[in-house]
Write a protein that binds this ligand. Structure first.
Ligand code: HEM
Length: 466
């Protein structure tokens, strides 16, 4: 067996560089090792080789070879997103046929008519939340976007729109997300020996407390809905309650609770980072913004969401932003089940394989001048799913990829066509990496300059629109 070249940097340093300068690290690795390289995880003799691939033919094998490569569950017993036994039946904790089956239930909420029905609501929520920004004041784009995506997610997943329960779950996810981003929590994650649950007042215990509260909330919702027995609702909770497992038995309340957790969480992560990057790129280049506005304005006032999402330049802008700044820069790990050959390397069973989304999107042979933000490339050429893959591919591909793109286009078009925003800083944005997500370090600071009318006329923002 012959492994691809092994990265020489010690793992602790790699980890540090990945979190603090992910793009610099990836670019340097590519320069030195090329489009397939190995990182050794653990210690000799019980190390595991992790092979990262950014070559489209290698990526194709990783996502389409289901005979020799498996897509295992991602989290083990002591995952940070579980509390005791709670959370272990979530989509990231399960594998094999059970995973395939549960995935298909969750996906119903993000496709077809369900997705289309959300269009108007996404535009309304975007307008409502962005209109609350004071004129002339700086705001952090990612914070505003996360308010919108969280609200959309709560509606899609548990069907709550307003009221006490809605406010409660919104505030729990918000607190959990804020805490996870705090320097204190990031320190605890880096120092496993500090991860002691000494009750709600201890740093690790507080995180567990928040998770427990979220899971308890979701559990109560499941029980309440079971009691109601209404199968006509169109949210994920309803789909799960009335679904059967592979043996024909209904899913248990605990299982439904665990499956509901991640889809709401995901809306706070990749969706937020992706749209934040997109706002950043669009406001960095005036010509891109002008061309985009021209295209959106041609639809007239109050356009139908379906005509917005079909706009070619808007699609190209969103794709280019997902290409140049993918939020998960890696696909989820797959594992070699029986020996295979990838790009002339013979890999043994147990080798971990990871598709490197960022480096694939940076290939000069696919994307000339890859550091340049150039939406036109998506108008000039069609890329294969192994060349452009912001949502991964195969057995663990994103369950909400189409929905996330749909939401991204509607939010961007609503914001741009109705408001005049500007970046607060001229400096290029720096990246950070944490828990599989690459995001803008500052969250992108922006200034609200007022409301905009079509054809470039603008008027002051009316803050009491809703
Ligand atoms: C622009 C926004 C998003 C991006 C760029 C994104 C990207 C990704 C990527 C790269 C993966 C790994 C794919 C692989 O390994 O092949 C993934 C998995 C996943 N994503 Fe997303 N995602 C986004 C939004 C969302 C949203 C809104 C949800 C809400 C349900 C979601 C749910 C998931 C789930 C559940 C998985 C794991 C699927 C599995 O284990 O079977 N994602 N996503």
């Amino acid at each position: 067996m012959k492994l691809p070249p092994t990265v020489k940097t010690p793992n602790w340093l790699l980890y540090y560089q990945l979190n603090n300068n992910p793009i610099g690290l990836m670019d340097a690795i590519y320069q030195r090792y090329g489009d397939i390289y190995t990182v050794m995880s653990g210690y000799t003799p019980s190390y595991t080789p992790i092979v990262y691939v950014s070559n489209p033919s290698g990526i194709k094998q990783i996502v389409s070879n289901t005979r020799e490569i498996i897509a295992p569950s991602l989290y083990g017993e002591d995952s940070a997103i579980t509390v005791g036994k709670i959370g272990k039946q979530g989509i990231l904790h399960i594998g094999g046929l059970v995973h395939k089956h549960r995935r298909s239930i969750l996906m119903k909420s993000y496709h077809g008519e369900r997705m289309l029905a959300c269009g108007r609501r996404i535009c309304e929520l975007t307008e409502k939340i962005i209109s609350q920004q004071a004129i002339g004041k700086t705001f952090i784009a990612s914070e505003i976007i996360s308010k919108i995506t969280l609200q959309v997610a709560i509606e899609v997943v548990i069907g709550l729109r307003e009221g006490e329960r809605y406010e409660k779950i919104k505030s729990l996810y918000t607190s959990c997300n804020k805490y996870e981003k705090s320097p204190l929590f990031q320190l605890i994650v880096d120092l496993p020996f500090t991860q002691l649950d000494l009750g709600k007042l201890s740093p690790w215990g507080y995180h567990k407390y928040l998770l427990k509260e979220i899971f308890q909330f979701l559990y109560n919702e499941v029980q309440e809905r079971r009691k109601q027995g209404d199968s006509s609702r169109t949210d994920m909770l309803c789909d799960l309650i009335f679904a059967c497992d592979e043996t024909g038995k209904p899913l248990s309340d605990e299982e439904v609770r665990d499956l509901l957790f991640f889809p709401i969480l995901a809306s706070r992560e990749a969706s937020v980072h992706s749209l934040t990057w997109c706002l950043y790129w669009v406001h960095r280049f005036r010509d891109v913004r002008d061309r985009l506005l021209e295209e959106i304005d041609r639809l007239g006032g109050n356009p139908d969401p379906m005509s917005i999402v079909a706009l070619p330049y808007l699609s190209a802008v969103c794709n280019e932003s997902l290409r140049i700044s993918p939020s998960p820069i890696f696909m989820m790990p797959r594992v070699v089940d029986s020996p295979i050959e990838i790009m002339d390397y013979k890999l043994a069973s147990g080798t971990v394989l990871i598709g490197n989304i960022y480096l694939t999107h940076q290939r000069e042979d696919l994307y000339p001048n890859p550091k340049q933000f150039k939406p036109e490339r998506f108008l000039e050429k069609k890329f294969s799913p192994y060349e452009f893959m912001p949502f991964g591919g195969g057995a663990r591909s994103c369950i909400a990829g189409s929905f996330a793109l749909f939401q991204m286009k509607l939010m961007l078009a609503t914001i741009l066509s109705n408001y005049r925003l500007a970046l607060a800083n001229k400096r290029p944005e720096r990246q950070k990496h944490y828990e599989d997500q690459c995001y803008a370090k500052s969250g992108v600071k922006m200034v609200m300059h007022g409301r905009r009318k079509h054809q470039g006329h603008s008027q002051p923002l009316v803050s009491s629109l809703f």
